[in-house]
Ligand binder design. Structure first.
Ligand code: 9MR
Length: 380
């Protein structure tokens, strides 16, 4: 399989994006997406064009009301991104306000936006311990848990079949403090670790073409906790591959925290090698850099944030199976890190965690990301 297919570039999306960029002639030629892709890369100026130089995608989490009502956000997304993921509009609690009854409105608006502009779309997330609807009992026996989980995965993945390039099928299953390394969740309590292969099998039946990902956080830095997380991730992925479970990739969330933990490039690179040795793709799915622990001056914060992101991305993009990077929002206006007391800065200054500032202007983080894409190893 060629790299552009793996990264999610489809003929339709290349043609539509060419049209959106005013290069429709490119779209009609559509010889192979690769030639279009490199020509398109020369057209754009955003992070997606830097990512496209080596056949990769750059994307962001979005909210459909922003794309509909906020022209500034819409322009930033169209300038910077080739891949979108809903920040919340494909989560269970949003989709199913009552048992078995789904409202796909928000996700459908995002899918239509992506299609109209020739952007690829990811689905996030099918099975998680959070964002569960309030009507879902928090304790279930194995039979009920299996039925409800499989019905949900089937309903959502079949609704979006053919419209998403990949799904985060299971999100955040690991707890490094637990004796078995597994997070206590409704699913884990009812079904044990078998809930993971069950979820992937249901997703593959519902959408046989989507790439199916396991997604988790705190996999990048050099702490004992993250050593355990990496080891547990490899254990889970190895077992899924050995058992022939339909899984195609690992999503590394990439919620970094400047000034908090040491970073060891060799350690992260060895982990990425081990994942790719399982014949899996790897995406950074939710990148941002918290500046919570940094002093107030903006220039200092921006430089430290960019430095850490650059270090992590240089390692990541040296890996041929690294297929792309998404940030969790594009502009500092959008970051979730200002929402929770546990993540907000203690001086209450707004976080500067994303590549664009609050007015949509590129920050040093943007430059670090563009440079990391420019220096990336070709994809395999
Ligand atoms: O940023 C998201 C926030 O708007 C939602 O309220 C929340 C619950 O659905 O999820 C946030 O996104 C999370 C993502 O889905 C999984 N990884 C951590 C993200 C930040 O909390």
């Amino acid at each position: 399989m060629t790299s552009h297919r793996r990264a999610g570039w489809t003929r339709r999306s290349v043609a539509a994006r060419a049209a959106a960029l005013g290069t429709a002639a490119l779209g009609t030629a559509v010889l192979g997406a690769a030639s279009c892709r490199s020509a398109l890369a020369a057209q754009g100026s955003g992070l997606a064009s830097h990512a496209a130089r080596t056949g990769r995608l750059f994307g962001t989490a979005v909210r459909s009301p922003d794309l509909t009502y906020n022209a500034g956000t819409r322009d930033e997304v169209l300038r910077e991104a080739s891949l979108l993921v809903p920040e919340y509009e494909m989560k269970w609690e949003i989709l199913a306000k009552s048992p078995g009854s789904y409202d796909f409105g928000g996700g459908d608006r995002l899918a239509a936006f992506a299609e109209r502009h020739g952007l690829d779309l990811r689905g996030h997330t099918l099975v998680w311990h959070l964002a569960l609807p309030s009507w879902l009992p928090r304790q279930l026996d194995a039979r009920e848990a299996k039925r409800l989980m499989e019905e949900h995965v089937t309903a959502v993945a079949s609704h979006y079949a053919g419209r998403v390039q990949s799904w985060d099928v299971v999100n955040e299953a690991i707890d490094p403090q637990a004796s078995d390394g597994m997070r206590t969740s409704l699913w884990m309590q009812a079904l044990g670790p078998d809930y993971i292969p069950l979820a992937f099998a249901a997703a593959a039946r519902a959408d046989p073409k989507a790439k199916l990902y396991y997604n988790d956080y705190d996999l990048e830095c050099d702490t004992p906790d993250q050593d355990v997380r990496r080891a547990k991730t490899l254990e889970i992925l190895t077992k899924l591959r050995r058992d022939g479970v339909p899984i195609h990739g690992l999503g590394i969330q990439g919620h970094l925290q400047a000034g908090r933990w040491p970073y060891d490039a060799g350690k992260f690179a060895r982990f990425l090698r081990a994942v790719s040795a399982l014949d899996l793709d790897i995406l950074i799915t939710e990148m941002d850099v918290s500046d919570r622990l940094l002093p107030a001056p903006e220039a200092e914060r921006d430089a430290t944030v960019a430095g850490l992101a650059g270090d992590v991305l240089r390692t990541f993009l040296a890996e041929p199976r690294a297929t792309g990077v998404l940030t969790w929002g594009l502009s500092d206006r959008q970051t979730w890190l200002n929402d929770l007391p546990t993540h907000r800065r203690t001086d209450n200054l707004p976080q500067r965690a994303l590549p664009l500032d609050r007015n949509g202007r590129p920050k040093p983080l943007w430059t670090a990301m563009a440079q990391a894409f420019d220096a990336a190893t070709p994809m395999r």
